[in-house]
Design a protein around this ligand. Structure first.
Ligand code: MLT
Length: 310
């Protein structure tokens, strides 16, 4: 029966606050990017987006839980190259399948990886760094954000390429791991440019190489790994938004629309670019493009991590 005054559900979303689960500690790259973009999305959506940091097990604990949340768009999550790319290869009993258990919303940014060290680390370029780590494997300590995270995965690859096996310490995100690197409690790490660019500019961390083909405008003085003699280590991460599987099309459409708008906003773009992130073009922001990226990434990391081990 027709109900007078009833509005179609499609027009109603969102009618209350949205919870956005960030599966890492505050202050890290994911947290930084999602707060910048989320603030603009909330304006478009006309409802607050409440960030909930829920770190643990390289982000996989919170993502496992989030698959059980209502598929109504009111609980969404940040996923990255770790949680939705590398994690299946690192956790045989992972409770979710990145390609099957989510409704993709869209890619937020791509973030090149930078090899960083504490500011007094006794190496001033990549060759010296590799040489030092090789000769002092029993002393040097790497910091990462937990097994399966971006930082852990990319440094697993780095250590395999250079043939080292140092001690590795897990943090609840690279927010806290970078803090400890700045305070010189640990020696080095692999992290996304957005988290380390301010430190490199301020001289509180040393950058040994950026793992991209070309230098970044956000840190023009930092040589690429190719320039540093390690072309095998070229890797970028990515940060995206997902909803639980089965989230209705019109809800995902609204969320994606808000994301696309945020990525077109001049102020938001300027902040993201200053931090060295790369902003996807229109086609790269579509939910389908993210789904394809996830499938490709899971397939890319499985053999790499099988060979490189932990
Ligand atoms: C973070 O946001 O803390 C990092 O993305 C963690 C990671 O290395 O994946």
């Amino acid at each position: 029966a027709f109900v007078a005054g009833a509005i179609p559900a499609a027009a109603a979303f969102p009618e209350r606050a949205i919870t956005l689960i960030v599966p890492f500690a505050a202050g890290g790259p994911g947290d930084t990017v999602v707060r910048l973009i989320g603030t603009h999305m909330a304006k478009t959506l006309g409802q607050p987006i409440v960030m909930e940091n829920a770190p643990g097990a390289g982000g996989t604990s919170a993502i496992s839980r989030a698959t059980q949340a209502g598929a109504d768009g009111y609980t969404i999550m940040l996923g990255n190259m770790g949680t939705h790319g590398a994690a299946p290869a690192q956790y045989p009993n992972l409770k979710y399948d990145p390609a099957e258990d989510f409704t993709p919303i869209g890619l937020m940014v791509t973030t090149p990886i930078v090899i960083i060290a504490r500011k007094t680390f006794p190496a001033n370029n990549l060759r010296e760094f590799i040489d030092y780590v090789r000769r002092n494997q029993d002393k040097v300590v790497e910091a990462h954000a937990g097994v399966g995270s971006v930082s852990h995965t990319t440094c697993t690859l780095l250590q395999w390429i250079i043939g080292t096996k140092t001690a590795r310490v897990a943090y609840r995100g690279t927010g806290p791991s970078i803090n400890d690197l700045v305070s010189e409690h640990v020696d080095f790490g692999c992290d996304q440019i957005v988290n380390v660019a301010p430190h490199i500019q301020a001289g509180t961390l040393k950058a040994l190489g950026i793992a991209t083909a070309k230098r970044s405008a956000a840190m023009k003085d930092v040589p690429t790994t190719r320039e540093g003699g390690l072309p095998e280590f070229e890797v970028s991460a990515w940060i995206a938004l997902f909803a639980p599987k089965g989230t209705p099309q019109h809800v995902v459409g609204r969320l994606n629309e808000a994301l696309v708008k945020a990525l077109d906003d001049e102020g938001t773009r300027a902040r993201l670019l200053d931090l060295g992130s790369e902003i996807p073009d229109r086609a790269g922001r579509a939910p389908d493009a993210l789904q394809e990226l996830v499938v490709r990434e899971v397939a890319r990391w499985r053999p790499v991590l099988k060979t490189a081990g932990q």
